[in-house]
Design a protein around this ligand. Structure first.
Ligand SMILES: *Cc1c(COP(=O)(O)O)cnc(C)c1O
Length: 437
């Protein structure tokens, strides 16, 4: 069979995609043609256009916070390749292997000391499900089965499976679609904005009162520390996390920190809890865990929680995914964590922070911009209207950059290896997207 011309193949792939393939939060059939990525290397995505033309885009998204070292990294490639030559997967029930054991050892070493036990899950949402199960099982084993609700604050995001959805922001999470089906959780008001703001007294009291009022039925408080990501890219005072830690201790409520977006350096500390100097009872990590190579997340817990579960009527943790501890994912996660720790990552994140502050400052002059904020390697421009995604994306692509705005936000969290000129290009693209979106 003669080979079809390249532009036919590209056009065919895009047409098939619209017809058959769901995309995140997308309609079916698809309405807007996605960009076709042929390969990616460093901080660049190589796009094949329907006419057969190739273009390169600087990635401003790190593939949703995950690709912190960029793409096609020789060290990460080698970690996958050498693990592949041994085995890509074996079941984790009754069997174990070095990549999973070493990864767990490393995670225990780099997280706050009381976190000693690691459950390897296949995605962030699943790690949140597991974290919730840990907390519910803990209270059952303490003969307090009435403690089974969760508390969070508004504006959060914890994933798209059922329990995580129940603690996402009720409006952004479209809870009305699921009323009567989703567990009804306790919501405090959204935390006041501002990383540098002193913790708001009245708001701290509101948190304390809400925990106190529901203490008998609360298994845990779950929040994203310091940065609420997909719920609205908002930053809050680390002092509020200390308030939550104290209040939870006072009222016998567990504290779960969802570090899936913030973990591995993104906000300037290795974990965002580090800004507050607190330790949660359960911590979830994901996204950047594997350097964006494969899907894996983890829920870590303290010995108190683990021992509590073991004393229960069902003395085991009732969860065990088929691909738990996947060796390929564990091997590349270990390599990614070591790659991060083996460099002066704080300087790189600081360098990007400085570049974003300079490059995004002019956004304040753009009509319709209500806020410009930067923390670590996260830059956000907020508008007074819903972004026109198609127009904003076109504007960014014209500047040679890949961005994925949502709601009223144009934002970036570039890979840590992004050079200064590419950071500047990303900033120009954010400005263009804010102007034209
Ligand atoms: C992305 C995210 C999740 C969900 O992770 P998935 O791997 O997409 O299931 C949960 N919590 C936070 C804070 C996230 O950013």
């Amino acid at each position: 069979m003669p080979e079809r011309p390249d532009q036919d193949r590209i056009g065919e792939l895009l047409a098939l995609d619209l017809q058959h393939v769901w995309h995140p939060y997308g309609p079916m059939p698809g309405r807007t043609e996605p960009l076709l990525v042929e390969s990616a290397s460093g901080v660049r995505l190589r796009i094949a256009e329907p006419g057969g033309v190739r273009t390169e885009l600087v990635d401003g998204m790190s593939s949703w916070w995950s690709a912190i070292h960029g793409y096609n990294h020789p060290v990460l490639n080698e970690a996958v390749r050498s693990q592949l030559a041994r085995m890509s997967h074996v079941m984790f029930g009754g069997l174990t292997h070095e990549p999973a054991v070493r990864l767990a050892e490393r995670l225990v070493a780099i997280t706050p000391e009381p976190l000693q036990h690691v459950f390897l899950a296949d995605s962030g949402s699943v790690s949140v499900e597991v974290a919730v199960k840990m907390c519910l099982q803990y209270w059952r084993s303490q003969s307090r089965p009435g403690k089974r609700r969760l508390m969070t604050w508004r504006g959060g995001y914890h994933g798209d499976t059922w329990q995580p959805m129940s603690v996402c922001d009720p409006e952004g999470g479209m809870h009305h679609l699921w009323s009567g089906l989703l567990p009804v959780q306790v919501f405090a008001d959204a935390p006041p904005a501002g990383f540098d703001a002193a913790p708001d007294r009245a708001y701290a009291d509101h948190l304390r009162e809400t925990v106190a009022r529901h203490a008998d039925e609360l298994a845990a408080v779950i929040v994203e520390p310091v940065v609420q990501g997909a719920g609205g890219m908002r930053f809050h005072s680390p002092g509020l996390l200390r308030v939550l830690r104290e209040t939870c201790d006072e009222h016998d409520v567990l504290l779960v920190l969802d570090e899936i977006a913030t973990g591995f350096g993104r906000t300037g500390t290795l974990f965002a809890a580090g800004h507050a100097g607190i330790c949660p009872d359960v911590m979830c990590v994901g996204k950047a865990l594997t350097g964006g190579y494969l899907t894996m997340a983890a829920a870590l817990c303290t010995t108190r929680v683990a021992e509590g579960i073991s004393r229960g009527e069902v003395p085991v943790l009732a969860h065990g995914p088929t691909f738990m501890g996947n060796p390929l994912a564990a091997a590349v996660a270990l390599a990614s964590v070591d790659l991060l720790l083996g460099q002066d990552w704080q300087r790189e994140v600081k360098r990007i922070e400085t570049g974003l502050r300079e490059g995004l400052a002019p956004a304040k002059q753009i009509a319709g911009v209500t806020d410009v904020r930067v923390l670590g390697a996260i830059g956000v421009v907020q508008l007074d209207h819903e972004v026109d995604m198609a127009a904003a994306t076109r504007a960014a692509v014209r500047e040679g950059v890949w961005l994925r705005p949502f709601r009223d936000l144009v934002y970036t969290m570039p890979p840590y290896v992004t050079g200064d000129e590419d950071v500047a290009a990303i900033c120009r693209a954010v400005l263009a997207a804010a102007r034209e979106g």
